[in-house]
Design a protein around this ligand. Structure first.
Ligand code: MEV
Length: 304
């Protein structure tokens, strides 16, 4: 009986969440501190799934796993495999619904594990296509940013349906990620933006800020980059996708010396990111802990 594995990392959006849905540019980073592993084992009968949400026969899984079900179905058909005799274990260390792209990461790990089981190569284009199919079930009209960042495993500059280019950040700075611990639905956040009366003007601003940060990275201008990030937070707040905790985290990070801070991902909960010079990071981390941050990670932007 064969056994195989697939692994995936998470992602964190630097700039452009929400406005990316409306065709504006975004910058997103791979996040290797949290991983998901999928294991597939050949067994005598049935398709069983073991996950945090549900363990048992796949066809009895709750609707939250509909994307996973669709993905398994599609991959088995593509690989000409029968849908029985499989035990699938999903082990995700990526907190769900916090802006880390956990659903896209599960899709990547699972697709790789299934392809590995039959010894077939999975090209990045095919992998992206599979992930997007499953993402459409999680939230109707995904931009594709999550899937593309996770598949590429590099920082990307992204425009929906137009451009995915790998970029290098290479700045002597830290990006501090503070998790509020509050899960939030991307689908609800996307609808909140859609219904906001100031949508068009705020999306325009967010698009310009994202472009500005792209140039700040090119010019290694950390001061302006921080300011542009904080302005983006104000626009996201005006669009109704911030939360009291996220606003508090942004304020505390800036008061403790961050160059700028904003929410990251869909918002309404999830994570805040703060741009920090290396010698300020510990102060910011301590202040966020005091403010009640659930988990804090530090990404070295020199390495990305
Ligand atoms: C979610 O990680 C990012 C959003 O921009 C939605 C999307 O890009 O599909 C909020």
């Amino acid at each position: 009986m064969k056994v195989s594995q697939g692994k995936s990392n998470a992602k964190i959006i630097l700039m452009g969440e929400h406005s990316v849905v409306y065709g504006k540019s975004a910058i997103s980073l791979p996040f290797f501190a949290a991983e998901v592993t999928a294991k597939v084992e050949e067994v005598s009968e049935g398709v069983e799934i073991i996950s945090d949400y549900f363990s048992g026969p796949l066809d009895e899984a709750p609707s939250i796993l509909n994307g996973v079900k669709e993905l398994i179905d599609t991959v088995l058909k593509r690989l000409d495999m029968k849908s029985s005799g499989l035990k699938i274990t999903l082990d995700s260390k990526i907190p769900a619904q916090r802006g880390f792209g956990s659903s896209a990461a599960v899709s990547v790990a699972l697709s790789k594990a299934l392809y590995n089981l039959v010894g077939q190569t999975l090209e990045p284009t095919a992998l992206r296509e599979l992930v997007e199919k499953a993402e459409k079930i999680h939230h109707e009209n995904p931009s594709g940013l999550d899937g593309d960042t996770i598949v590429s495993q590099q920082a990307i500059y992204f425009i929906k349906n137009k451009n995915t280019s790998n970029i290098k950040i290479n700045m002597d700075l830290d990006l501090i990620v503070g998790d509020t611990g509050n899960p939030a639905s991307t689908k609800t956040a996307v609808q909140t933006v859609y219904n906001n009366e100031n949508r068009d003007s705020e999306i325009e601003k967010l698009g310009q800020l994202s472009q500005a940060v792209f140039l700040n990275i090119k010019n290694q201008d950390s001061i302006l980059m921080g300011k542009n990030m904080t302005q983006a937070h104000q626009s996201l707040k005006a669009l109704g996708v911030s939360s009291d905790e996220l606003d508090e985290f942004v304020d505390v990070a800036i008061e403790s010396g961050a160059l700028g801070a904003k929410l990251s991902g869909g918002g309404l909960g999830g994570c805040m990111i703060a741009l920090s010079e290396k010698n300020k990071s510990q102060l910011i981390v301590d202040a966020l802990k005091k403010q009640g941050a659930d988990t804090i990670w530090i990404l070295d932007l020199k390495e990305i």
